[in-house]
Design a protein around this ligand. Structure first.
Ligand code: V47
Ligand code: SF4
Length: 389
């Protein structure tokens, strides 16, 4: 039997899906309706094979990860996103935490001499932690460790900080960039379409505001990521609409590095009645994202949220990046019901996970410069049981 991707497309019985497959083989862009159709009609093996074809054409077997750590300045938040299990509203701020600059610098110092390349700073939106507080923090981090890449602040946090400081997005971004901010994480995007956004996170920055902040970062020479919170009350077309808006901005700026679909987890939040999506839906979402976002270089599965085994599986559905060896699994997911209770994966464990599924582990920096390829390293520390992990 011929299992080549050409034969898989050729054997597809549905004419529309076959046509989409031919477009993928010819590197032609999918349109909105084709994106929706893939979600609605394609079998998992079909969409997976197409996504894997694109993944291997772009990256071969390479699977990237980095060495990073997180700082979460506060979980106090002025907003009240219904899916969030993490924040404590400002009125109940005594139940939350707020780190001082010294406490955050203490965390930075803990990594002195360790081979981490990135700090990811993200948290709630605290009214007292303003633009100038973070400017000072960024300057102190860079003064202490200039080579550490600072990926920080979602567009939601930035929108609030800039508005409060009465600065334009351009001026606010310039100030933080000059203070040491190197790139933006992808959070806060959720689902852009107002029909859904108004139901799940009505009070924070809207789609145009989010996109404008990322556009401004791109135009000032910074790279950013983009997320999509999926598997709750949205329909397939909302996901495609979300990706369409990102694809259009990327055509303009080429500033996005990575797309990160985030699976909605339903524990301890105001959407606990909404069931979580199935593994099949999750894999399909990665695959369609790989096919639709033809101008995004990377697709990331965030393993603390997805679980290790499913993250391994995603590497056959278009994913080529597993985020990092996070030392302190971010609380936002453990509080929302992610099964990942173990606080960290060592580099050896992450390498082993990737090798188990016959991919090539590559340590990268934030901007995807290769630091080390582990293809020929013996993995001594195969702590992850291949049968029962
Ligand atoms: O925007 C909140 C999500 C995001 C839940 O850029 C939830 O490299 C699932 O954006 N279930 C913040 N998700 C985290 C984030 C991120 C994470 C890792 C890497 C990068 C990157 C960015 O967390 C929020 C929201 O979409 N989130 N609550 C929940 N219950
Ligand atoms: Fe605040 Fe972010 Fe949680 Fe929304 S998702 S309530 S903005 S911490």
């Amino acid at each position: 039997m011929n299992n080549s991707i050409e034969a898989i497309v050729d054997n597809e019985k549905d004419a529309e899906l076959k046509y989409i497959g031919e477009k993928v083989l010819n590197a032609q862009r999918l349109n909105f309706d084709e994106g929706v159709l893939l979600f609605e009609k394609a079998s998992l093996p079909y969409v997976g094979a197409l996504a894997n074809h694109v993944r291997e054409k772009m990256h071969g077997d390479k699977t990237y990860f980095n060495r990073n750590f997180h700082i979460e300045p506060t979980n106090v938040c002025v907003f009240s996103c219904n899916f969030c299990s993490y924040s404590r509203v400002y009125a109940h701020r005594d139940e939350g935490w707020e780190l001082s600059k010294d406490q955050m610098m203490h965390i930075i110092h803990k990594y002195d001499g360790k081979p981490v390349t990135e700090v990811h700073i993200v948290g709630g939106v605290h009214p007292k932690m303003n633009l100038y507080f973070f400017e000072d923090l960024l300057k102190s981090i860079k003064a202490h460790r200039p080579g550490l890449h600072i990926k920080g602040f979602t567009a939601v946090e930035l929108d609030y900080m800039f508005r409060k400081a009465k600065l334009s997005v351009e001026d606010g971004m310039k100030l933080l960039h000059e203070a040491g901010l190197d790139s933006l994480p992808g959070g806060g995007a959720e689902i852009f379409h107002p029909e859904i956004r108004e139901q799940i996170c009505a009070d924070k920055v809207d789609a145009d505001g989010w996109l404008n902040i990322h556009k401004t970062a791109h135009l000032s020479g910074m790279h950013t990521n983009a997320t999509m919170l999926f598997g709750h009350i949205e329909k397939y077309w909302h996901r495609v609409d979300h990706m369409e808006r990102l694809r259009q901005l990327q055509d303009e700026t080429h500033g996005f590095n990575t797309f990160i679909p985030l699976k909605f987890r339903n524990r301890d939040n105001d959407m606990s009645n909404v069931p979580e999506s199935s593994l099949i839906e999750d894999m399909k979402t990665y695959a369609v994202a790989r096919l639709y976002l033809d101008n995004f270089p990377h697709l990331k599965a965030y393993w603390p949220m997805l679980g290790r085994q499913n993250a391994q599986l995603s590497l056959s559905f278009g994913v080529n990046d597993l985020d990092g060896t996070i030392d302190d699994t971010t609380k936002i997911y453990s509080m929302a019901g992610s099964e990942e209770q173990t606080p960290a994966l060592s580099t050896a464990q992450l390498v082993a996970l990737i090798k188990q599924v016959k991919r090539e582990p590559v340590e990268r920096d934030t901007l995807y410069h290769e630091i080390k390829n582990y293809a020929n390293d013996d993995v001594h520390e195969l702590e992850v049981n291949p049968y029962y992990n």
